[in-house]
Design a protein around this ligand. Structure first.
Ligand SMILES: [Zn+2]
Length: 243
């Protein structure tokens, strides 16, 4: 999504009232491998042309798929090797760590991707429950690290706003390109600040289920089955069954 200016308004007694003007953008990005590397002919080092389902090089070589080409850092001959970190069929082992939230907030947690989490067995359910309680009540951030096929994954075991247990893959901080963001220090919040927030919230209209739906071209064009609550499992239900 491009950078954009957003004027946030609320309908207050039939009047559109301006709340804030926001500048929005992806607040952090991970460099795209394709932007800083080239796939070149392993024989001569030139970038081959893709035509007729083949990569044809000026030197006369032809390659049937990109995997046969050499990935180099753009403008150099330095090869980028992508060694396999997880064998096919190998069980992925994720290591779990904790960090207190005050320390964690010094870093950037930019979401790369979110994965839903489910458990089948009782021991997993019981431990997961304890962990989520720790994140909710004890100010802990749970960090999970594992190896995917060729990449290391850093993720947070956490909850979404609607209380789904999720594994939130974040951009590793040593790959992260940070844009401008805003941070709020909550430690100095006073009673007066809270009272003022309450008063301000009062003028904002209530959202309904309709607020979470869209009415654009996608609704007519796609035949989508709406979200099913059957796909949601309560962790406590699994634990209760086990008793
Ligand atoms: Zn060549």
């Amino acid at each position: 999504m491009k950078q954009r200016t957003l004027k946030v308004v609320a309908d207050v007694m039939g009047m559109q009232t301006s709340i804030a003007v926001l500048k929005i953008q992806a607040f952090a990005t991970e460099p795209d491998l394709k932007e800083w590397t080239d796939l070149v002919c392993p024989k001569c080092g030139k970038v081959p042309k893709y035509s007729g389902a083949n990569y044809n090089c000026g030197c006369g070589e032809s390659y049937s798929w990109w995997g046969k080409l050499k990935r180099v850092i753009k403008g150099t001959v330095t090869e980028v090797l992508m060694p396999r970190l997880l064998g096919s069929g190998e069980e992925a082992v994720a290591k779990l760590y904790k960090m207190d939230i005050a320390t964690f907030s010094k870093y950037v947690d930019a979401t790369k991707e979110e994965r839903g989490v489910t458990v089948k067995d009782e021991a997993s359910a019981r431990n997961l429950f304890k962990l989520i309680v720790a994140t909710e009540k004890l100010g802990n951030v749970l960090i999970v690290r594992y190896n995917d096929t060729t990449e290391e994954v850093v993720a947070l075991l956490t909850q979404s706003v609607s209380r789904r247990v999720i594994l939130k893959n974040i951009i590793p901080i040593n790959l992260l390109e940070l844009k401008e963001t805003l941070k709020i220090d909550m430690s100095g919040i006073t009673e007066k600040d809270i009272e003022e927030a309450k008063g301000f919230l009062h003028i904002i209209p209530e959202a309904s289920e309709e607020t979470l739906k869209i009415n654009d071209y996608r609704v007519g064009a796609l035949n989508v089955t709406p979200v099913s609550e059957e796909k949601v499992v309560e962790l406590q239900t699994i634990l209760a069954k086990a008793k």
